[in-house]
Design a protein. Sequence first.
Length: 126
Amino acid sequence: KDVIPPLEQLMVEKEGYLQKAKIADGGKKLRKNWSTSWIVLSSRTIEFYKESKQQALSNMKTGHKPESVDLCGAHIEWAKEKSSRKNVFQITTVSGNEFLLQSDIDFIILDWFHAIKNAIDRLPKD
Ligand code: I3P
């Protein structure tokens, strides 16, 4: 049956498309594989959808789940040295997951960086 998430998790702060590469899972390095992701930032979490927003919304009805990241205690930093691409930043979670996010468009990546940083700074550290 459906479980309704807490209200704070339902409040979307920002959403859009970015290039994403997950480079570690639970501290274990992964092979870098960039792909376009529809990204939804709420006060406590970021959700990464592999498919378009439209596709993701229709998949929800079938119980398909995005990758959800807990921002409590997470770190965000620019990661120039981790890619040949421009405008890359990294999010590292308490659980040891590492994500690179990228856009060629300067203002888009800056908006995302600040929105995620603000969300992290508002949360308790643990
Ligand atoms: C990787 C792929 C990535 C690239 C990465 C390569 O090769 O080309 O796009 O990262 O570079 O290893 P493969 O597809 O064979 O795994 P960037 O685009 O971010 O540079 P890296 O190994 O220097 O991270």
